[in-house]
Design a protein. Structure first.
Length: 130
């Protein structure tokens, strides 16, 4: 989300209108996706769908972490999920100020690397199947 205003201003004519159009398209896509997903029956043991849901991660952590460690683990999960958001936004903004396309490419590459790293760990691949 950090790069969208800069992308609209740098590469699209009439940047305020372009920004509004992009944000409207994101919202419309979210609504259409929710309607389509809600109209379909749930997929049994679809690990990718489960992995994408924050609720699944939270539930999994709460079920598999020993009770005496749960507070510390949940605090780390919340810190990574919410506490690092301002720092990552500031870093993305700084990189976008230097080179917007590099920031967008870096975000995509990092997401792919982290996903592949997670999938290379056998217990992660087995999430939801035990």
């Amino acid at each position: 989300m950090v790069g969208i205003p800069a992308l609209a201003e740098a590469h699209l004519p009439q940047s305020p209108a372009a920004y509004g159009t992009i944000m409207s398209a994101l919202g419309a896509g979210a609504i259409v996706g929710a309607l389509i997903a809600g109209s379909r029956p749930p997929l049994a043991n679809h690990w990718l769908g489960k992995m994408l849901l924050i609720d699944f991660l939270t539930t999994w952590v709460q079920r598999h972490v020993p009770a005496e460690r749960l507070g510390r683990v949940m605090s780390a999960v919340m810190f990574v999920g919410q506490g690092l958001f301002p720092i990552s936004s500031a870093a993305a903004g700084a990189i976008a100020g230097w080179n917007l396309l590099f920031m967008l490419m870096l975000g995509g590459v990092l997401a792919m690397v982290l996903a592949l790293a997670g999938l290379s760990i056998r217990p992660v691949r087995r999430l939801g199947f035990t």
